[in-house]
Ligand binder design. Structure first.
Ligand SMILES: [Zn+2]
Length: 178
């Protein structure tokens, strides 16, 4: 289980800016073990998701594991999903801004405009190609993780630097608004 000593690459690390490679051998034991380790790791880190490039692995893989927590009390509960070789087939023109953070950018939050709904295709860990529509929070999460496979980060999308806050200030602001 040495894989789980993974260090998360943080903003400025060149790995986060490199497009990831397709996974060609989904059934291989090495790939399946990597997926198991990513699932364990994202739970350990209490993330909503993690993409392979964040732990230094340049493959088109991410985990989505939405669940309500302090930062996102309204996040839907989902069974953690392994997403391999994803593409976004369609983006809704309606956009919405909401707060995002990232394990690779600790201490910062930003208001990020994203499409409300997306149609996507990806390979499951069983090697089956599926198509699905995501809306709302899950559409946002998918777009955030998908960005990691393209070498993009959420801060690339902000309309203004005024939409960026430190985590501490974000918590203060939210509590004064509540
Ligand atoms: Zn991220």
């Amino acid at each position: 289980m040495t894989d789980l000593d993974w260090e998360i690459r943080e903003l400025g690390h060149p790995q986060l800016r490199k497009p990831a490679n397709p996974v060609l051998d989904i059934a291989e034991p090495d790939t399946q073990r990597l997926l198991d380790n990513l699932l364990t790791f994202v739970v350990q880190k209490q993330g909503m998701g993690i993409a392979a490039p964040q732990v230094g692995i340049s493959l088109q893989i991410f985990i989505m594991c939405s669940h309500p927590n302090q930062r996102y009390p309204n996040a839907p509960v989902m069974k953690p999903a392994c997403i391999l070789n994803p593409t976004i087939l369609h983006y809704s023109t309606e956009m919405e801004k909401d707060w995002e953070g990232c394990l690779s950018i600790p201490g910062l939050r930003a208001l990020v405009p994203r499409s409300n709904a997306i149609d996507v295709a990806y390979d499951t860990r069983q090697g089956e190609r599926v198509q699905i529509r995501y809306t709302g929070f899950l559409a946002r999460l998918f777009q955030h993780e998908y960005d990691h496979l393209q070498g993009r980060l959420f801060i690339d999308h902000v309309d203004s630097t005024l939409d960026i806050m430190t985590e501490k200030q974000w918590r203060n602001t939210l509590s004064t608004m509540a």
